[in-house]
Ligand binder design. Structure first.
Ligand code: MN
Length: 287
């Protein structure tokens, strides 16, 4: 499967006017190597026990599994702090070829026009604001975006969709337990991957064992997205772009960064994203 995904990476990119630009030509114009740069959204973590007595006791933090998954897939991970100002964030975005939206706390439901319900979990306003702003800019630029857990939900909302603020209370007792207590390398439920999806091609299977750490989920799907996997209770577990020729968008509700040893399909997701980012960088270089 690895070679199949890689094989889709064409050695040429269409030039703006006449003919094609060779891979090496495009890369030398850009003045960089062929490693696409993937921005990984980080979290803010409160550390009240901090020995440094930082007055805010908050630190930028991301799970190393995201960083390593991007690196193992051939990308160059760059961690984006969630509290820089938008001017700096825009400058950071200039240097990226792809964006990885990581898991995290709940998104403020105001972004999809709802008031919070009591079951809503913690939100981090700085993270929400910066991520939504960055995401909109990245979407405008046609940057390949891979959303994981919260990242898939944020992607759906940025494109006009909505979320269940809390699936257990809003969907009722028939919903599976999507909040496992076990480690993330242990799958706890299955998802069915829909035929004819790009995801089915990437993962090369119809049924995938996944981990699950979410109490929110997609309610109304954005028009630009299509569902590519569901769990047996009907919960949307993966989405992708309706139109890959315009934008490479993919979202999964599980944490593939913690399942690289469970099955090759999970690693293929990161590879496909990095390949798309490489194509995006070539198109930019040739423009
Ligand atoms: Mn789940």
């Amino acid at each position: 499967m690895k070679s199949k995904v890689r094989f889709n990476l064409q050695g040429t990119a269409r030039g703006k006017g006449d003919g094609t630009v060779s891979l090496s030509e495009a890369l030398s114009r850009r003045g960089l190597g062929s490693t696409p740069v993937i921005g990984v959204m980080a979290s803010l973590k409160e550390e009240p026990e901090s020995p440094t007595q930082n007055p805010l006791d908050r630190f930028v933090r991301t799970d190393l599994d995201y960083v390593e998954s991007v690196a193992e897939a051939g990308g160059e991970p760059v961690v984006i702090p969630p509290s820089v100002d938008l001017r700096i964030a825009k400058a950071l975005l200039e240097g990226l070829d792809g964006l990885l939206l990581s898991g995290g706390p709940d998104l403020d439901p105001g972004y999809y026009g709802e008031a919070p319900i009591v079951e809503l979990g913690m939100t981090i306003p700085e993270w929400d604001a910066l991520e939504m702003a960055l995401l909109r800019l990245a979407l405008q630029r046609g940057m390949p975006i891979f959303g994981i857990c919260r990242g898939m939900q944020v992607l759906n909302v940025a494109l006009g969709g909505t979320l269940y603020q809390d699936m257990p209370s809003q969907l009722g007792v028939d919903v599976l337990d999507h909040r496992q207590a076990s480690p993330k390398y242990e799958p706890t439920h299955e998802v069915e991957v829909l035929d004819d999806s790009y995801m089915a091609e990437i993962m090369d299977r119809q049924s995938v064992e996944v981990n699950s750490y979410h109490h929110q989920g997609i309610k109304v799907l954005a028009n630009a997205l299509t569902v590519t996997a569901r769990s047996s209770d009907g919960v949307i577990e993966a989405v992708e772009s309706c139109d890959f020729s315009n934008s490479w968008l993919m979202g999964v509700q599980w944490h593939p960064e913690g399942m690289g040893h469970t099955g090759p399909g999970h690693r293929n997701l990161f590879e496909a994203h990095v390949c798309a980012a490489e194509r995006h960088s070539l198109r930019r270089a040739a423009a």
